[in-house]
Ligand binder design. Structure first.
Ligand code: ATP
Length: 221
């Protein structure tokens, strides 16, 4: 049954066991994200912000609880179903861009589509359109090392958009940038959100989190 939410987390529990140590990260955690919302996640270092994004994005199974995407349980699926969810419904942006240094900006952006079924020509056309959207048309043939930090992050955002995800998950995407570049990248997320992409952003920047629709504060459990 459709709940009406894009993402719904119900009673999520997550612990990490490392030798004798047990780290409780999330305890009966609940979250509802409406389609089109811009949510920010804040909280002290080590509280579980990245873990939460990974759980939402199909990268990390919770110990218990339900993650629904468009009313369907993400982790009910076998791994093949999870791959398709990660590749087609969700786009990830991380603090470090993880662009491949031996490939140009446009080739990096094309990469997620080439793993899928579309032709190289189609992928190149779409990648060029997205690079234009993120303000990077004139850097298509640059290699990552020939781009500034802010530009690298814009290319990483473009790559995350390649498969037209409904949900953009960003883990401190501005954490490595100076103030001017970090606001520029944040503005880009705002623009994408206004165009309909739901955004969940982890940030240490209280000013930026204050500009989102809703701020989720994680606390130690
Ligand atoms: N694979 C793992 N194995 C064991 N412990 C882990 C693992 N991943 C995360 N943790 C622990 O779980 C806790 C939450 O980690 P997480 O990266 O989600 O925090 P965070 O809020 O994103 O931190 P930061 O703001 O420093 O990036 C931390 O104490 C971390 O050491």
């Amino acid at each position: 049954m459709m709940s009406g939410y894009l993402v719904e987390l119900i009673n999520i529990n997550k612990t990490f066991k490392k030798g004798p140590a047990v780290i409780n990260v999330l305890s009966d955690f609940n979250l509802r994200v409406e389609k089109g919302q811009f949510i920010s996640i804040v909280g002290p270092s080590g509280v579980g912000k990245s873990t939460l994004l990974h759980i939402i994005g199909g990268l990390e199974r919770p110990d218990s609880g339900i993650v629904n995407f468009e009313g369907e349980a993400v982790y009910k699926q076998k791994n093949a179903g999870l791959d398709s969810y990660r590749n087609n419904e969700v786009g990830f942006v991380f603090q470090f861009h993880y662009l491949l240094n031996d490939f140009t900006a446009i080739e990096n952006v094309m990469m997620p589509a080439l793993i899928g079924k579309i032709s190289r020509n189609e992928a190149a056309k779409r990648a060029a359109e997205i690079l234009e959207k993120v303000g990077m048309s004139d850097r298509e043939s640059h290699y990552p090392m020939e781009l500034s930090g802010g530009e690298q992050q814009r290319v990483a955002v473009a790559r995350a958009l390649m498969n037209n995800p409904k949900l953009l998950l960003a883990d401190e995407p501005t954490g490595n940038l100076d103030k001017k570049n970090s606001y520029g990248v944040f503005e880009l997320f705002k623009k994408l959100n206004e165009e309909g992409v739901t955004v969940i952003l982890v940030t240490h920047d209280e000013h930026l989190s204050g500009l989102s629709d809703k701020e989720i504060k994680l606390e130690k459990v």
